[in-house]
Design a protein around this ligand. Sequence first.
Ligand SMILES: *Cc1c(COP(=O)(O)O)cnc(C)c1O
Length: 410
Amino acid sequence: MVSPSRDVKQVSSAEPQGPGLSTLSVHAGESRQKPANSLTDPIVCASTYSFENSQAIIDYIEQDQQRGEYGRYGNPGEWVVEQKLAALDGAEDGVLYSSGMAAIVGLFMTRLNQGDEVIFFDECYHRSREFCTKHLSRFGVVTRQVKACDYEAMEDAINENTRLLVSESPTNPHLSVVDLERFATIGKKHQVDTLIDATLATPYNLRPIEYGVDYVLHSATKYLGGHNDLLAGVIVGSKEKLEDVRKLRGIMGAINAPHSIYLLERGLKTFELRMERHNQNGQAVAEFLADHPAVEKVYYPGLESHPYYEVAQETMRGFGGLVTFLVKDADWRQTANIVDHCKIARIAPSLGGVETLIEQPLVMSYFQCTPEERKRFGIQDNMIRVACGIENTADLIQDLSQAIDQATDS
Ligand SMILES: *Cc1c(COP(=O)(O)O)cnc(C)c1O
């Protein structure tokens, strides 16, 4: 795949060569003719697969045939979805997991040995951080955290034991955007693998593989599934780099259930359409909030005021549905009041589904942290995170507008 031109404002920079994203999300990975002549893929509820005779087993092993063996190693629906997801990212292969966290754990457990080091940009999903600092440390793996998007600090932290450089882009909830070219170049220069968790961006908005990033991870629970009704995770990359990752998954057993895989395949059919609306809603809500007198600050890469606006313009096609903002002169209870007054946006963790979700990070994810820890993670008392769904744009703005008015009146 040819690297996209990186001219600023070239809106289609994220479009893949060859078939468009919607064509891939509808058709990639699927057989043209399916069992029972069904247009849609069947849900195969099998924990094991039978062989006609002993020679069939030997052929399967010797010819490396792709077919069912035992359910923990894969199932037919999963192969379809893995190929679809790999195609969307312009990658050779993909490995599907039972959740995004299972994917992260699976990759780290495959790649890291005792004494190895992994370097993170510090704005990251709190469970990824927890897995490294609390658990990988028990196996003698060292985690180093450097300030998000501080490439010099990342390069300085590399030593002979470094095996993996990790970042999200955009980060959650601050929406900092990584310069993928710089990030991938540091990895190549020091022969260290790079991983981008692109959950918030999706392959519609960001294409890390085309910049030479080795692994791209998505929590498919979010935009890829898109309907808040399943958990899944995927890592895409080269066949070679994923071979032993897949083998360990077969041992971990972090495989998705057939029904959930079907829902993911179905959700992916409308991926591009949904992303267009998520991007549109995110941008409109961010602009509305930026102009609102009760709002102190808005974090959204599509706003010129955002510190990573330029990088986002260069690397992203759109900026997603997630918008974070700070309420002016509000303590945490007054901030909670706004969340509680929303009528369309539902109060819940997660993002990327058709329903708009709203949360106050302090309450939802960091309530048990000390004020010092929250400060270190950049979680302010007056911060609200809105994950725009695909509802009508004007209705979402109206909902937030009335919630802010009601909350600041009372
Ligand atoms: C949700 C999320 C994860 C974890 O994914 P699950 O599917 O919930 O396990 C990882 N990274 C990011 C950026 C996420 O938003």
